[in-house]
Design a protein around this ligand. Sequence first.
Ligand code: V47
Ligand code: SF4
Length: 352
Amino acid sequence: MLGRIEKRVISGERITPEEALALFESDDIFTIGRIASYVARKKNGDDVYFIQNHHINPTNICVNRCRFCAFSRSKGEEGAYEISINGIIRRLKRHRYIREVHIVGGLHPDWPFEYYLDILREVKRHLPHVHIKAFTAVEIDYFTRISGLSLRGVLMRLKEAGLDLIPGGGAEIFNKRVRKRICPEKIDGSRWLEVMEKAHRVGLRSNATMLYGHIESYRDRVDHLSRLRRLQDRTGGFQAFIPLAFHQLNTDMGGAGYVSGIDDLKTIAVSRIFLDNFQHIKAYWIMLGEKMAQLALNFGADDIDGTIIEERITHSAGATSGYRISKDELVNLIKKAGKRPVERDSFYNPLN
Ligand code: V47
Ligand code: SF4
């Protein structure tokens, strides 16, 4: 079966969901890695992208309280926090060299939509050279509810205020049954896809993610990837796909166990092979750990994310990676994987 898939991929054919399932079910990680590397090299040569970026999570107060999320708190609960707009600007000004800020947070019960627009405006005013990647599809849907505006209306206001692109979070797993168990309050998969489709239609590019390694099956992963591939066929608006390895510490899903390194590599590789219409597959070093992310560069990934500087979501759930990494360390890590480091901006334009 793998031999047939490899031949089909080499002759430029698209693999079917059944074939993707067969790859997930196979133990032949080296053959899967070889096929994925072939696809990655055809798309991006030996280039591996990174960016000097800064993550900011303005608040962990969230009305959703997903079961897999160790980061969120309810209002008034111990550990709940809010960072003021001044606080955000102060943090960013300490790192003026960054090219992108990634802003996502909880669904705050009291903040009006205007407040989120103010965050964008102030960041743009103080750091006009920085691209703003902000607000997951889940937050954007929430903005329609708190503002009473249409989805298009919200997206246009965000764009006017300075939003450059949308991160891929909140996708989790689209399968209804699994989603109900891991994040019952969250918008369903169809709505997540609808928000992304509309965003692409108004000219905003975005990423996509998949949370794996909890209670989902391989079939659920293939269903998730299929739905993303179909939307990408229609809009072409996704830049990168990022598989996110579930971390269980301090969550309500403690029995799930740790995701194995083999599963991390396999998920990167199958994503690379199946998502033939995505230009980039990102090995997010914060979740994979620096070493596994480096290995993933030889299993189909061509992007390792960036300097991050401040990370709360995964570290709340027990991530063992560092909190930040320097540009030099990223370059070194990519070179040692036998790849060519390319510093990029938010739209994958190479910087010299
Ligand atoms: O939406 C939450 C996930 C996401 C846990 O677009 C967890 O470039 C694992 O989307 N274990 C946020 N994952 C992170 C994200 C992201 C990260 C880096 C780059 C980009 C991009 C996007 O983190 C959430 C959720 O899916 N998450 N809790 C956890 N316990
Ligand atoms: Fe809220 Fe996002 Fe955490 Fe869910 S994953 S509880 S929506 S912060």
